[in-house]
Design a protein around this ligand. Sequence first.
Ligand code: ISE
Length: 294
Amino acid sequence: MRRVPDTFGALDISTDPEGVVARKDVDAIIVASPDATHAPLSKACIAAGKRVLCEKPLSQASADCIAVMEAEQKAGAKFVQLGFMRRYDRSYQEMKRALADGRLGRPLMMHNFHRNVETPAADFTGAMAITNSAPHEFDVVRYVVSTEYASISAFQPKRSDARVAPVFMVLETVDGQLVNIEINNNAAYGYDVRAELIGERGTVAMNNVAYTRIDSALAQSTSYDADWRTRYADAYRRQNRDFLRFAMTGEFPATAANCWDGYCAAVVAEAGVKALHEGRRVPVQMIAKPEFYK
Ligand code: ISE
């Protein structure tokens, strides 16, 4: 248990998260624990009046997200910044800019591939691909395109082994656009995230991020990251800088996701799991956006 604090020079360690939140010498909190603990720990931070950067998802249950939103509204200020770090990735920011400057015309579709080398646990399921991996796309697409979802369908091909097969989703937006998302948690070859936004007059696609290329033996190659930590290292840094500013000033960062965004991702994920299990297109039904988050 001492290995991590000793390696990174932590001042103290504890197995009591609520106790840490309550400490007088703790000003701000980063929650990076398992998914099911995110909502209760965020609520503990709000109750203690401390700003928190909470890893995605806020919760896998939209009802829990509503409870966190209610706590925040009662406290009268935003306390929770949600760790949808892809909003801070340059590729998505450039896509958003290309759309905003009018070059692409009206957005029609967005294609997304999200591939991991392998699942973290052998019992990872298709539903978990939707509730744990896909929320990144659910959030970043609505951030780039500035829209909400109307419905979702989800499909899985058959694999030849017992590993979880890719999940392929098709979403319709309330503005009549189509979004497809492939989540492949066992892609084997590398961590690979791609996206292309199709407008009426042009498209913008993400390049593979690689700083070098090897030319050798009659072939050219670039490498993939092993996982998201290196691929999104810069995005995490930008997000964390924004969080420090938020913790010091109380001013919520313009780029960051808040509890409402966490709620939206959870509602889509719930509908996505239903769509996968029931083999049908499921409507995405959200509560009205509270004034507080407008
Ligand atoms: C993980 O929790 C993440 O957030 C990663 O960004 C994602 O690629 C992975 O699939 C998730 O399990």
